[in-house]
Design a protein around this ligand. Structure first.
Ligand code: ZN
Ligand code: ZN
Length: 252
């Protein structure tokens, strides 16, 4: 049975991803425009052109590397980092059509693409390290700050989480809240990134009991430096989650 339990504003955007979207967005491939069956927006040939992340990749941050590397290797960027999550895994490299799909979804409000992005995220869930998370685990999207949410009208991670929860019989809960907006992280040094995010996230009180001793899959659209995911994971672990693994569509 599928459980999708997300408080407003999740509820507010919920109808948009169902029949209404099927009505306003005909079933065609977003990339090549060929006709598809109802509810689909990415054809199989176009899916095959996307750059899936395949081994070897860093066992902590999911960054892929060329060559023959031991499966458990940790990349140079992660060597001196102590993440609060067990591992991060992305479905796709952040380039070409994969990046375009997420960009169109997020910034051009092509919200119907959430279902395809949920399907793509599900590919990364096949990583065996996620198996212990699938029985009794909880899916938690990275939240947006309320002012940004008001501007964008939807939280991209919530939309993907909702579709993934339906696909994979998971429970999705909006257990995190964002206390303030944070500046773009990529141009900061590591120390500045951590300071920038400190206290940015908190647990939603009514969901605190739900995460006790649970394995949590933290979902975001893209993993870049890992500082956002790490800050969220830290809050989840501090509030009782037993383990946190990070799942994203893109690895930036
Ligand atoms: Zn296509
Ligand atoms: Zn790494």
């Amino acid at each position: 049975m599928t459980h999708v339990i997300l408080p407003p504003p999740f509820d507010r955007v919920k109808p948009l991803t169902n029949r209404f979207l099927d009505f306003i967005y005909p079933a065609t491939c977003h990339l090549c425009q060929r006709s598809l069956t109802q509810g689909r927006h990415l054809c199989d040939p176009c899916t095959d052109t996307l750059h899936l992340i395949t081994p070897p990749f860093c066992s902590q941050c999911g960054e892929s590397y060329d060559g023959k590397i031991h499966a458990d290797f940790i990349c140079p960027n992660c060597h001196d980092l102590d993440f609060s999550f067990d591992f991060a895994k992305a479905a796709l490299h952040s380039d070409g059509e994969g990046r375009a799909l997420v960009h169109d979804f997020k910034y051009r409000r092509q919200i119907h693409l959430a279902r395809e992005l949920g399907r793509l995220a599900a590919i990364a869930l096949d990583d065996p390290r996620f198996h212990p998370y699938l029985n009794d685990g909880i899916l938690i999207p990275v939240p947006l700050y309320r002012l940004r949410l008001r501007k964008r009208k939807f939280n991209q991670s919530e939309e993907i989480a909702k579709c993934l929860a339906k696909n994979r019989q998971l429970t999705a809960v909006n257990a995190l809240k964002r206390n303030r907006n944070t500046q773009t992280q990529t141009r900061f040094s590591r120390a500045k990134r951590l300071a920038n995010l400190s206290g940015a996230f908190d647990i939603t009180p009514r969901f605190k009991a739900r995460i006790q001793d649970k394995r949590v899959i933290l979902l975001d659209d893209v993993f870049t430096t890992g500082s956002t995911a790490n800050e969220c994971a830290q809050v989840l672990v501090k509030n009782g989650a037993s383990h946190v693994a990070v799942l994203t569509v893109l690895r930036g």
